[in-house]
Design a protein around this ligand. Structure first.
Ligand SMILES: NC(=O)c1ccc[n+]([C@@H]2O[C@H](COP(=O)([O-])OP(=O)(O)OC[C@H]3O[C@@H](n4cnc5c(N)ncnc54)[C@H](O)[C@@H]3O)[C@@H](O)[C@H]2O)c1
Length: 425
């Protein structure tokens, strides 16, 4: 694949080229959770539910178990841990093997949905999961997955990715395969109402980062006679979805954090996060995510906090090739006027992200996460190994951007935005 710098807009007159992989069915809207018993019973009679201790106590999960009774035998595995340590995954796979399910339900945040993907793979293979770390290494169909997100979010309900923290690796690792895309996604914004402000903030800025990175990813000419990579780079479909995702997330994230009971903001966040998942599930993300893999492992901080912290520094580094894209994102989010597709508009968009990030309680520097300056070279070295994300960045030499981005994010240096410290919400 050859890379071009500025991705074309869906409106710039170029012939559209698009790739989209998605669930067979997506149900979105307040109340759609009522469909879960029917959807599961259409896929099997033994359902293994992956969830975390908080969601296990929720009315929504209890109601599902009750309503499914008589049609489906349900086993609830409620010990999902945030950020998904590998030992946690192994315990869940053992429990699922003993239960012999024919459908797996991921009910919770990204950690629960990713666990569902890994369990659906783990029960059909005798190979260690590490054999599948990377792209396109899952050889065939896994058990059917139904995904029900309770955060907005990772977009995992529609993506081909599962992320795990393997103590044998110095960075978080992903298994990316179209076989891991859930068969059905049931996205009910009401399930996110109980998210506390910090979970809303970190998962929400993760979704915004998905929208912005997939929209600004490099555009590559696919070699159609070869198997396509999981992340094909920006294309007409991913860009359309990414822009629409930003339109919903940008103006609503702060409201959702400040006023969690605001159904309009919750609904826009859940919708935007799902669209961003569809966008990056084929378009891919880039440098914020590549750097976050080792930083997340080192600091044990939430994934969204890390990518949200890095995002403005990454956008600044990508400005020479992506000013138009950032300006269009700014228009979509209501930050700049329709007519202003120039570098000032792009900078205004970056400044908007910095202010938003500060308002919702995401730190400004890696230093604040406890990262030592002497750890930066290792972080850069490890992030370079996440080649599928690094090469997806919109630059002629994206590897060269990692070191300056890491240094600037550590010290809080920017030519575009002023230093801002953490503002508690
Ligand atoms: N598969 C993908 O495409 C993808 C994309 C991005 C991130 N991820 C992964 O997802 C994980 C992060 O997921 P996340 O941000 O959704 O958080 P999470 O699933 O780790 O949950 C964080 C916390 O929020 C709580 N929580 C979740 N929903 C709640 C609700 N409705 N009410 C109250 N509390 C609730 C959980 O109990 C947990 O304590 C990371 O492991 C990350 O690497 C996966």
């Amino acid at each position: 694949m050859t890379a071009t710098n500025e991705s074309p807009s869906p409106h710039d007159g170029q012939v559209p080229f698009g790739v989209l992989r998605s669930p067979r069915e997506i149900l979105f809207g307040a109340g759609v959770i009522a469909a879960l018993p029917r959807v599961v019973s259409e896929l099997g009679i033994r359902a293994f539910v992956c969830t975390d201790p908080v969601i296990a106590r929720s009315d929504a999960l209890r109601r599902f178990v009750q309503d499914a009774r008589g049609q489906v035998v349900v086993e609830v595995y409620s010990a999902v841990e945030p950020e998904l340590p590998l030992a946690n995954v192994h315990r869940a796979i053992d429990a699922a093997r003993a239960f012999e399910p024919d459908v797996i339900v991921g009910f919770g945040g990204g950690s629960a949905m990713d666990l569902a993907k890994l369990v659906s793979l783990g029960v059909v293979t005798s190979q260690p999961l590490s054999d599948f770390y990377g792209e396109n290494l899952v050889p065939s169909t896994v058990l059917p997955i139904v995904a029900v997100p309770t955060t907005a979010g990772t977009g995992s309900e529609v993506t081909p990715v599962a992320v795990v923290a393997d103590p044998g690796r110095a960075l978080k690792v992903g298994i990316s395969s179209p076989y891991l895309i859930p068969i059905v996604a049931i996205v009910d914004p009401n399930l996110t109402i109980t998210c506390p402000p910090s979970v809303t903030a970190f998962s929400g800025i993760d979704a915004l980062t998905h929208a912005i990175e997939s929209y600004s990813a490099s555009r590559r000419d696919p070699e159609l006679h070869l198997p396509l990579p999981v992340f094909v780079g920006a294309n007409s479909l991913s860009r359309g979805l990414g822009l629409e995702a930003a339109r919903h997330i940008g103006p609503n994230l702060h409201t959702a954090v400040r006023d969690g009971a605001n159904q309009g903001a919750r609904s826009s966040m859940a919708y935007g996060s799902m669209l961003a998942g569809l966008a990056f599930g084929t378009g891919g993300t880039h440098l914020s995510h590549a750097l976050q893999y080792p930083i997340g492992d080192l600091t044990h901080t939430p994934h969204g906090l890390g990518v949200g912290l890095l995002l403005p520094y990454v956008m600044e580094a990508c400005l020479p090739s992506s000013a138009q894209s950032f300006a269009r994102l700014g228009v979509a989010m209501g930050v700049v006027d329709e007519g202003s597709i120039d570098s000032h508009a792009a900078e205004a968009t970056i400044n908007f992200i910095v202010t938003l990030r500060s308002e919702i309680g995401v730190p400004h520097t890696l230093r604040e996460l406890g990262v030592g300056e002497n750890q930066l070279p290792k972080i850069v070295e490890l992030s370079q190994t996440v080649a599928r994300l690094v090469t997806n960045a919109p630059a002629t030499d994206p590897r060269a951007l990692l070191e300056p981005v890491a240094r600037r994010a550590w010290a809080g240096i920017s030519d575009v935005f002023a230093a801002q410290s953490l503002v508690a919400t």
